[in-house]
Design a protein around this ligand. Structure first.
Ligand code: PBG
Length: 343
C-alpha cells in the first residue's frame, strides 16, 4: 500500500456492479466532444507558475544549456518575458537570483539592489497584476553553495533562520507578493512569518517548499543558478526520497508555523506525496515540475523520441490529477499556448 486514501477505490467498486457487456467504458470515449464533457481533470493556465532566473545588468541574456528555451536575464529582459507570459495567461512568476557576489554569509540575498529585488521592481512596472513569488534560499548567494550558513563546516539551522528571514523581508520590501522558502531549515516558516509581520508585511504570503527532496532532478537548475555545493551535498537538510510519511510531518509543521500554501518538489517521482498532502490540508498545494524533469522531456523530444507537447501536457495533467492546485513549471508559457489550442 502506498499513501493513497481508499476513497477512490470504494467509489470505483460501487459503480462497477454491472460487468461486460452491459458495462462498456469505451461508450464515453467516443468523440472529442464527449471526452471533453467527462474529463475529470482540467489543467488550466490559472494554475501555472513560471520560474525565471535574474542576473544583474541591462540587456543581458545568458542561455541555460541544459534548459532549452530558458535563460538567465537582467531585470529589463526578464520583465519583458514575464509580461509576455502574463499576456499569454500565466498568472505568476517564481524568481531566482543568480549573483557573482557570493560570500560565506550570502549577504547579497538581502541587498535592496540585488538581482531578485531589481527583477521584482521591473516585473511590477510592466505587469502590475502579475503575482510575484520569490525563492528564498541562500545557496545562490553563498560562496560554499549551501542553503544555510556554516558553523564548523556544517549548515547551522538556527543561525540560518535569521539570514533567511532577512532575505524574505528584503523581497517583500521590493514588492514580492509571496515568498517561497526552499532552504529546508527547520523553523524557517515561523521565523519568516514573524519577520514579515514585524516589518509591516502581514499581507505577504508564504509558499513553503514543505516537502522538498534531496533530488538528482535539480541538476540543470544548479547549472543555471550556479548553486552546486562546493563540498558535500544537501542530504543533511533536504528529504530522503524514500520517505513519504515524513513529508506529511514536514507539511504539518509548516502549516502550524503559518504557511499559506505548501509545496511538494520534485513532482513526477513524488505524485503519491502530492496526493497524500492534498488529503491532509485545505491549503492550496503546489507541485514543482523541476529543471531535470523539464530537461528530460526536452532532450528526448530533440532526438525525436517523444512528442514534446503531448508528453508535457500529460505530465502537467498528471500532477494536477494527483492533487496539485498550482504547478510550477518551465513549461508554463508553452502550456499556456497549447491549452488555448486544445479542446
Ligand atoms: C534552492 C532551490 C533549488 C531548486 C529550487 N530552489 C535547488 C536545490 O535545492 O539544489 C531547484 C529547482 C529546479 O530544479 O528546477 N535551494
Amino acid at each position: 500500500m502506498g499513501l493513497h486514501s481508499n476513497l477512490t477505490m470504494n467509489a470505483m467498486f460501487s459503480d462497477s456492479q454491472a460487468g461486460f457487456p452491459t458495462a462498456r467504458p469505451r461508450r464515453l470515449r467516443q468523440g472529442v466532444t464527449l471526452r471533453r464533457m467527462v474529463r475529470e481533470t482540467r489543467l488550466s493556465v490559472d494554475q501555472l507558475v513560471l520560474p525565471m532566473f535574474a542576473i544583474a545588468g541591462h540587456g543581458h541574456e545568458v542561455p541555460i544549456d541544459a534548459m532549452p528555451g530558458h535563460a538567465r536575464m537582467s531585470s529589463d529582459l526578464l520583465a519583458e518575458r514575464a509580461a509576455r507570459a502574463f499576456a499569454a495567461g500565466v498568472p505568476a512568476v517564481l524568481l531566482f537570483g543568480v549573483t557573482e557576489h557570493k560570500d560565506e554569509l550570502g549577504t547579497k540575498s538581502f541587498d535592496p539592489h540585488g538581482e531578485v529585488q531589481e527583477a521584482i521592481g521591473a516585473v511590477k512596472r510592466v505587469a502590475p497584476e502579475m503575482v510575484i513569488i520569490t525563492d528564498v534560499c541562500l545557496c545562490e548567494y553563498t560562496s560554499h553553495g549551501h542553503c544555510g550558513i556554516l558553523r564548523a563546516g556544517q549548515v547551522d539551522n538556527d543561525v540560518s533562520l535569521e539570514a533567511l528571514a532577512r532575505a524574505a523581508v528584503s523581497h517583500a520590501d521590493a514588492g514580492a507578493d509571496i515568498v517561497a522558502p526552499s532552504d529546508m531549515m527547520d523553523g524557517r516558516v515561523g521565523a519568516i512569518r514573524a519577520a514579515l509581520d514585524s516589518h509591516g508585511h502581514q499581507d505577504v504570503a508564504i509558499l513553503s517548499y514543505a516537502a522538498k527532496y534531496a533530488s538528482g532532478f535539480y541538476g540543470p537548475f544548479r547549472e543555471a543558478a550556479g548553486s552546486t555545493p562546493s563540498f558535500g551535498d544537501r542530504r543533511g537538510y533536504q528529504m530522503d526520497p524514500a520517505n513519504g510519511r515524513e513529508a506529511l510531518r514536514e507539511v504539518a509543521l509548516d502549516i502550524a508555523e503559518g504557511a499559506d500554501m505548501v509545496m511538494v518538489k520534485p513532482a513526477v517521482a513524488y505524485l503519491d506525496v502530492v496526493a497524500a498532502v492534498r488529503q491532509i490540508t485545505t491549503l492550496p498545494v503546489a507541485a514543482y515540475h523541476v529543471s531535470g524533469e523539464y530537461s528530460m522531456i526536452k532532450a528526448a523530444a530533440a532526438r525525436g523520441w517523444l512528442d514534446e507537447r503531448t508528453v508535457a501536457l500529460e505530465v502537467l495533467t498528471g500532477i494536477t490529477r494527483a492533487g496539485a492546485d498550482l504547478v510550477i513549471t518551465y513549461y508554463a508559457e508553452d502550456a499556456a499556448a497549447w491549452l488555448k489550442e486544445t479542446l
